[in-house]
Ligand binder design. Sequence first.
Ligand code: NI
Length: 170
Amino acid sequence: MAIRPIVRAGHPALREKAKRIRKIDSSIHRLIEDMWETMYDAPGVGLAAPQIGVSLRVVVIDVHDEDYEPIALVNPEIVKRSGERRLDEGCLSVPGYRGELTRSLKVLAKGLDPLTGKEVRIRAEDNLMAEALEHEIDHINGILYIDYLSGPEALVPLSDAPELKGAEVE
Ligand code: NI
């Protein structure tokens, strides 16, 4: 296992539609191990493969909630979403900033369990899991949360925020 560098907004991998995985082989298992290690080291509650520069459809999420085990999903998709809520959100690929945006209230997602290869479904409502599912699945579709902000002024710098190039916040 290895901690991999997390790429930042501006890196092309964050803007690609990541590739579907056809076969869950040992290289995918190694990738997922590295993603867990990188996510916990950051620390963060979720990580998508493009965030370590790998354009594949894999995400890992641990929301530290007794209702949800830490989960790795291959080829995850949102099946259904409904309702709206306003949230304050951040991203490991946009360090030093947070922004307010609208996310769904209820989310149903599916994906493959990398260990069994079987489909799993996750239901979440009005909690961090719902937010993480949408955020991480956005990543594998080349979307960043800053895309949903009403404008650059909606991105709020935390203390010690690095400077962002204007183009990254459009
Ligand atoms: Ni993110």
